[in-house]
Design a protein around this ligand. Sequence first.
Ligand code: ADP
Length: 288
Amino acid sequence: MELTINNITKQYGNVTVLDDVSYRFTPGIYGILGANGAGKTTLFRIICGLMRANCGNIQYDHKDIALQAEYYRSILGFLPQDFRYYPDFTGLNFMMYIASLKGLNGKIAKKRCLDLLIQVGLDDVKNKKIRKYSGGMKQRLGIAQAMINNPEILILDEPTVGLDPKERVKFRKLISSFASEKIVLLSTHIVSDIEYIADEIIILKKGRIENTGTIRYLLKDINKCVWECLVPEKEVNRIEQVYTVSNRKYGEDGVVLRLISREKPFANAKQVDPVLEDLYLFYFREGE
Ligand code: ADP
């Protein structure tokens, strides 16, 4: 199974939001990492066939998705960023409704809905109206509805928005167990969400793919470039103008800065192992 995006370009008016984006996805979990406005949602909408690109095409198993629209929809699951629900439906009714839209009916649909509600931890509130759900519960319902047809391709736009740390852990487990032999794309600007589960990261910056690879591979880029150094508090602002600082830790003797620099920044700087968050800041310096 493969999903290929070929030379996708998208413009809104004369603003180019996606610029010649190409990629070949085979089964696995892909984290699309990018700052707000990088083009993640636009790319997902195009991959889902909800929006047309100005140039390029999307192929599922070597055939243009536009030429197999109905079939493609049947193997696709999508959680949009602005997930809509009916507040007066209960969680279970909503799931049954989505199931019937996807052509699932009867006992099979009911079993699938109940199973998914258990998996996302909504079993005990399944008969409550969605309007009474917390933000995290609504988001989990959104994740469940995207998985209802056991899709081959699962696309989740900012799936962890509104989830608390416990819910995030559950989410990661759910996706990992679901994902074997499937293509899962998820976008986020929260690094820790994909650090543990993504097989591959795609860094999208201003509508272009800036870099791709496993976390280990990408971290090589900043190997020997992450430092920790103790500096006086009054120096912090000045240093932050010069260096990309990924963390500050205030102590009695001053501030320990974690910063990214090709050269050793200060005599007392100690080299430390890079993590994905350092890499993110390296690509998306503040203000960019
Ligand atoms: P992301 O999901 O990475 O935050 P988006 O795909 O939502 O990025 O947006 C990419 C860029 O396209 C942003 O600059 C955004 O303002 C712009 N954009 C998105 N939708 C529209 C639209 N319908 N009309 C004009 N510009 C848009």
